[in-house]
Design a protein around this ligand. Structure first.
Ligand code: FPP
Length: 273
């Protein structure tokens, strides 16, 4: 007989294993998206500069990515920098985030390969500094042959820009293929022109630091996602917190606009006008 303990994947620490034992491995989310938030507050509480929070956030990225891969989540997407971040933050902070990303990519490729993780990006990459784009292309190529989890970093990302780019791309494709009169737009076509065409829609979106917003993240793709908000600030977030989010997700009943099980099987009844 299989004991619960036998099911725990290798590499989980004691706390992670404890939470994992209560999960149903057959109902893991296929795609988890995370809004990493609270780096600045984490630093402020320690009387440190904001960038110290971003630096500490890298350990949270590492732990979350490794745990997700170990439990065989097929896709993980991290909202690293929004388009708005560029416009609304001091140049020095943006510069720091760029160099942090470059260093992360260089340092992390061996670990990504060890965990069979393939790296992808979404967002307007061409607007990023050339050196960062080169490092991104290098890291993607270095992990391109991995067949496990797809780790997608949202960089210079905005969901509204993504939709604008998708509509432009549909019109461009149509004009090269029979003309605009032949363009038939439906949900599948829009999905095929999004940056996320390589991914299923997220089943679960996690936001750290207690904020209840989507902040222009994957607005089309999150239509039916379960939302999990944790008060934990991003630099304190670890694999165990991801597993807690998955446990909460597994308690939810996903209805996609339908009825719950009890209501679906109850008599409809009549209503007097
Ligand atoms: C939000 O915190 C976080 C960011 C804008 C940057 C996210 C970057 C990292 C987690 C580190 C590097 C990432 C990678 C992929 C290497 P905030 O600054 O908005 O926090 P606040 O709301 O408390 O001010």
């Amino acid at each position: 007989m299989t004991t619960l303990h036998d099911k725990v994947p290798q590499g989980l620490d004691r706390k992670e294993a404890e939470v994992y034992r209560h999960l149903d491995p057959a109902r893991l989310p296929r795609h988890i998206a995370i809004i990493m938030d609270g780096n600045g507050r984490w630093a402020r509480r320690r009387h440190m500069p904001r960038v110290a929070g971003h630096r500490a956030g890298v350990a949270a990225v590492r732990s979350t990515v490794e745990t997700a891969a170990r439990i065989h989540i097929p896709a993980l997407t991290l909202y690293a920098f929004s388009e708005e971040n560029w416009k609304r933050r001091p140049t020095s902070e943006v510069g720091f985030l760029m160099s942090l990303l470059s260093r992360y990519l260089k340092a992390e490729v061996p670990t990504l390969n060890k965990n069979n993780i393939r790296l992808e990006y979404i967002g307007r990459q061409h607007e990023l500094p050339a050196t960062v784009q080169e490092r991104m292309a290098w890291a993607r190529e270095a992990t391109a042959r991995n067949s496990g989890m797809v780790l997608t970093l949202a960089l210079n990302y905005s969901a509204r820009s993504e939709l604008v780019d998708a509509f432009r791309s549909m019109v461009d494709a149509a004009s090269q293929n029979g003309g605009i009169d032949h363009l038939r737009i439906d949900e599948d076509l829009v999905s095929q022109h999004l940056y996320t065409r390589h991914l299923p829609d997220p089943d679960l979106v996690v936001r750290t630091s207690g904020e209840m917003r989507l902040s222009n993240f994957l607005l089309w793709q999150l239509a039916y996602a379960e939302i999990y908000v944790t008060p934990t600030l991003w630099p304190d977030f670890r694999g165990v917190h991801l597993l807690e989010g998955i446990a909460e997700y597994q308690k939810r009943e996903r209805r996609y606009g339908g009825l719950n099980h009890n209501d679906a099987h109850a008599p409809v009844g009549t209503i007097k006008a």
